[in-house]
Design a protein around this ligand. Structure first.
Ligand code: BTN
Length: 252
C-alpha cells in the first residue's frame, strides 16, 4: 500500500495515512480488491471527503481521529447493524476510562442510532458500511470519527470535542484504547449475541423512557423511547399508545 506507515497493535494491523478522501472509501475499495482483510485499519490525520450518515459531509481537519476498521464476521445479514452498537459501547467505555484517569467529569451517553454524546453534545459518530454477496456478508467497514481537538460549528445537533473537557489525548492513543475495548465487546457479541450489548447500550442511552422527536426527513414522529430491537431499530410508543418501529432518522 502506498504512502502508508503500518504498525501492529494487538491483533490489529494499522495503516496510517497523512491525508485521504475518506478512510471508509479507501478501506472499502482495498477490501473489495482483497488488499486488506479483517482486523486491518485505515487511519488518517485528515480527510478531504469525510462522509457521515445519510450522505452528510463529515468535516475532517487535522487534530481529530478518523479511522475505518475492516471486519469479516460470519453472520446473518440482518445482524450487521448490531456492530455499530458494539462500537458505540466500546467507545463509551474507552472515553469513560480516559476521563477517569484524567479526573474529568462528563456525562457520556449513546444517542440512537450510533452517536456518542458528552454532556448532551455529539463527540463521535459511526458510519457502518458493508458488502453483501449472495445474501452473505463479505465484509463490513466500521468508520468512526472522534472530535478530539475541534468540532464543526454548524450542526443539526450540538457538537463538542475532548479538548473542551481539558482532556489531553492523541488520536493514535484514542484509537488504541478504543481497540482494546472493542476487541472484548466484539468477541462477547460474536459468542453470546446481541443481548449483552443491547443492555449495555440501553443502560447509557440518551432519553430512554422519555418523549423524543425523530426527524424522518419528510416527516417527524413523536413518542416515548421504549427500546432498540435486534436489528438496531428504535421502538417508540406514540400518543395513541401504538408501538412504532423506526429504522432511520435523527433524534432531537
Ligand atoms: C455520522 O455521525 O454521521 C457518522 C460519521 C462518521 C465519520 C467517520 S470519520 C472516519 C470514517 N470515514 C468517513 O468518511 N466517515 C467515517
Amino acid at each position: 500500500m502506498k504512502n502508508a506507515q503500518n504498525y501492529q497493535f494487538k491483533k490489529f494491523l494499522i495503516h496510517q495515512f497523512d491525508e485521504v478522501e475518506s478512510t471508509n472509501d479507501l478501506a472499502f475499495s482495498l477490501a473489495e480488491n482483497k488488499q486488506i482483510f479483517a482486523n486491518q485499519i485505515i487511519v488518517a490525520s485528515k480527510q478531504n471527503k469525510g462522509r457521515g450518515r445519510l450522505n452528510r459531509n463529515w468535516e475532517s481537519p487535522i487534530g481529530n481521529l478518523y479511522f475505518s476498521l475492516v471486519l469479516q464476521p460470519k453472520i446473518a445479514v440482518e445482524k450487521i447493524s448490531q456492530i455499530s452498537f458494539v462500537a458505540v459501547c466500546a467507545l463509551q467505555i474507552a472515553i469513560e476510562k480516559i476521563f477517569k484517569q484524567q479526573k474529568i467529569d462528563g456525562e457520556i451517553k449513546n444517542k440512537w442510532p450510533n452517536d456518542l454524546l458528552i454532556d448532551r453534545k455529539k463527540i463521535a459518530g459511526i458510519l457502518l458500511e458493508s458488502k453483501i454477496s449472495n445474501k452473505i456478508c463479505d465484509f463490513v467497514i466500521l468508520g468512526i470519527g472522534v472530535n478530539i481537538n475541534s468540532n464543526p460549528a454548524q450542526t443539526l445537533f450540538p457538537s463538542t470535542n475532548l479538548k473542551n473537557f481539558s482532556c489531553a489525548i492523541s488520536a493514535v492513543k484514542m484509537l488504541e484504547i478504543f481497540l482494546e475495548e472493542f476487541e472484548n465487546l466484539y468477541e462477547n457479541w460474536l459468542n453470546f449475541g446481541f443481548n449483552n450489548i443491547r443492555n449495555l447500550w440501553q443502560a447509557n442511552a440518551f432519553n430512554l423512557n422519555s418523549e423524543i422527536n425523530i426527524n424522518l426527513g419528510e416527516s417527524m414522529i413523536q413518542g416515548v423511547f421504549q427500546e432498540i430491537d435486534n436489528e438496531g431499530n428504535i421502538i417508540i410508543k406514540n400518543h395513541n399508545n401504538e408501538i412504532k418501529k423506526i429504522t432511520y432518522g435523527d433524534v432531537s
